[in-house]
Write a protein that binds this ligand. Sequence first.
Ligand SMILES: C=C(O[C@@H]1C=C(C(=O)O)C=C[C@H]1O)C(=O)O
Length: 102
Amino acid sequence: MKKKLAEIRKKIDDIDNNILKLIAERNSLAKDVAEIKNQLGIPIDDPDREKYIYDRIRKLCKEHNVDENVGIKIFQILIEHNKALQKKYLEETQNKNKIFKQ
Ligand SMILES: C=C(O[C@@H]1C=C(C(=O)O)C=C[C@H]1O)C(=O)O
């Protein structure tokens, strides 16, 4: 029984590794998105795109039998974090440019 529990926990740990890698990969795209939005002069927040993502997540939750509230909560955290990373990146770039121009 204990061996079986250890095996299952190993599987969970492996899945957690993969989830973390994917979160890091998603986060790593924030700089590129921020750079393009800055050049286009458009805001970081894009409510239409967020609505599209949440609708898609709801559909995927149904398909994969995942509780919709859980799926939405996870993506709210990821999206808010992505926007915070974009803002931080742009602030840092603008500060660097200010120092450079002095
Ligand atoms: C990444 C973007 O910027 C913001 C963050 C989003 C996200 O984390 O998926 C979605 C929309 C935007 O509010 C984007 O516009 O694609």
